[in-house]
Write a protein that binds this ligand. Structure first.
Ligand SMILES: [Zn+2]
Length: 216
């Protein structure tokens, strides 16, 4: 059972369908592991729906109304929000949850770390799988932005805690960490980034100019 969960803010935004699609996919993947968050998410959706129905009509400026109406007409590129059943998730997510990692193209970054970039159609977020070799360490790094992680297979430790399949971790930009994969099994994580990694140790800093956000 997952020990690390998305915040209620994330569950709320996901229930409202307002998370960027790449982040929504990561939260949806956690929901497929976690009954507790699924229940919270469903309650938030019910409450949100009821609140919308009860809203009294108020005078709004025409400009605001136009903005709201135009947003309602925005086609969603990929709809992950609202689903609770794994069978309703888009195929890619379904494969990841089923640990079907065949046919992925892995790029080696360091001896212990490989990356497979995936596409969600969201150009602002990199959506990728990291594979850390059993016992391997990702050099200490930080991010210019946020990092969402969901463990799919194996596990890792960051010195504060250890993380296992289904665990969801969110780090903001100024967090520095050096995850180490647990022994015995390669660790495969889904990560959603809005800025590239920045290695902080002098041995690895030279790599930084090569690390670009691969969002597609
Ligand atoms: Zn949860």
């Amino acid at each position: 059972m997952a020990k690390h969960h998305p915040s209620n803010d994330f569950l709320m935004e996901h229930a409202a369908g307002s998370l960027p699609v790449a982040q929504a996919a990561c939260v949806a993947a956690h929901l497929s592991y976690c009954e507790r968050c699924r229940r919270t998410h469903d309650q938030l959706q019910t409450v949100g729906g009821a609140m919308l129905e009860r809203l009294e009509p108020v005078a709004v400026s025409e400009a605001l109304l136009d903005t709201v109406l135009s947003r309602l007409e925005d086609p969603a590129p990929l709809t992950y929000s609202g689903q609770t059943e794994a069978s309703e998730l888009p195929g890619l997510l379904q494969r990841l949850i089923n640990k079907d990692f065949g046919q992925l193209v892995w790029k080696r970054v360091t001896r212990a770390l490989s990356v497979s970039y995936l596409s969600t159609g969201d150009k602002s977020y990199e959506f990728a799988l990291l594979r850390i070799a059993a016992g391997g360490r990702i050099p200490e790094h930080t991010h210019g932005g946020s990092e969402m992680t969901l463990v799919l297979e194996g596990g890792f430790s960051d010195g504060r805690d250890s993380y296992h399949p289904g665990d969801f971790i969110f780090r903001s930009g100024d967090d520095t960490h050096a995850p180490v994969a647990l022994d015995g099994e390669d660790c495969i994580c889904l990560t959603v980034l809005d800025a590239p990694l920045r290695f902080t140790s002098w041995q690895h800093r030279w790599l930084n100019p090569f690390l670009k956000l691969r969002a597609s």
